[in-house]
Design a protein around this ligand. Structure first.
Ligand code: PGA
Length: 252
């Protein structure tokens, strides 16, 4: 955590959630009042955004998308543009999640174009990076992060338009997490690479850790230097679990 950067707790519902699930979002909105110093964001399935918008209006809880197309509009059946997300109430969007990189063959170049498209629509981009298990075992973690930052983070990134999420692919949904020391090494490297690329603008870009975060490990992970928040999948689906993590953040 850092005195300069407000902690951000971002949820990612992935391909989970129908209209009845929005009661969890309402509970998160109610609970947020207890943690005024933590920025809460929930990245919903696109189908729920416009129904969620009235629930979060003036609440201090933001809603976001989980992906957007790199183009502003056009013949891309099934895709969603950044403008559409804004129209439905989103203020941010995840780009380059490892599940998109793997399931949809997204390259870092595509991810950078998506971030640029998000900004053009007025969204903040949560740009995800992270190594696979085999890359970690081969000792390539920091090289992978460098390459993904070089390719996925456009030079126009600032603290006002971008958050970067470090999500080791092997830690997502597995219950496994890196040690706090390993997270510290990765986040220091990410901050240094961003600074090399963006200059001073990088100093206040929030860096989120993601991968099996829950209330029982949040304190240890969030105490690490240059960890400014978390991107949470499974534990964001239930308001009680998500708010329990927010409670940990509120104490750090
Ligand atoms: P998890 O997912 O918290 O379920 O591991 C994190 C993510 O994919 O953003």
């Amino acid at each position: 955590m850092s005195a300069q950067i407000r902690p951000v707790l971002a949820g990612n519902w992935k391909m989970n959630g129908v209209a009845s699930s929005l009661s969890e979002l309402s509970e998160i909105v109610e609970g947020h009042a207890r943690f005024p110093d933590v920025d809460l964001v929930v990245c919903l399935p696109a189908t729920l955004l416009s129904r969620a918008q009235p629930l979060v209006t003036d609440s201090g809880v933001a809603i976001g998308g989980q992906d957007c197309h790199a183009d502003a509009a056009g013949a891309h059946t099934g895709d969603i543009s950044a403008d559409m997300l804004v129209d439905a109430g989103a203020t941010c969007v995840i780009v380059g999640h490892s599940e998109r990189r793997a399931d949809h063959n997204e390259t870092s170049e595509t991810v950078a174009r998506k971030a640029t498209a998000a900004w053009a629509a007025g969204l903040k981009a949560i740009i995800c990076i992270g190594e696979t298990r085999s890359e970690r075992e081969a000792g390539e973690t920091l090289d992978v992060l460098s390459a993904q930052i070089a390719g996925s983070v456009p030079v126009e990134a600032t603290a006002a338009n971008t958050l970067v999420a470090y999500e080791p692919v092997w830690a997502i949904g597995t219950g496994l997490t890196p040690t706090a020391a390993d997270v510290g090494v990765a986040h220091a490297h990410i901050r240094a690479e961003l600074t090399r690329k963006l200059g001073d603008a990088a100093m206040t870009v929030p860096l989120l850790y993601g991968g099996s975060v829950k209330s029982s490990n949040a304190a240890e992970l969030m105490a690490v230097d240059d960890v400014n928040g978390a991107l949470v999948g499974g534990a964001s689906l239930k308001a009680a679990d998500f708010l329990a993590i927010a409670a940990v953040f509120g104490k750090i």
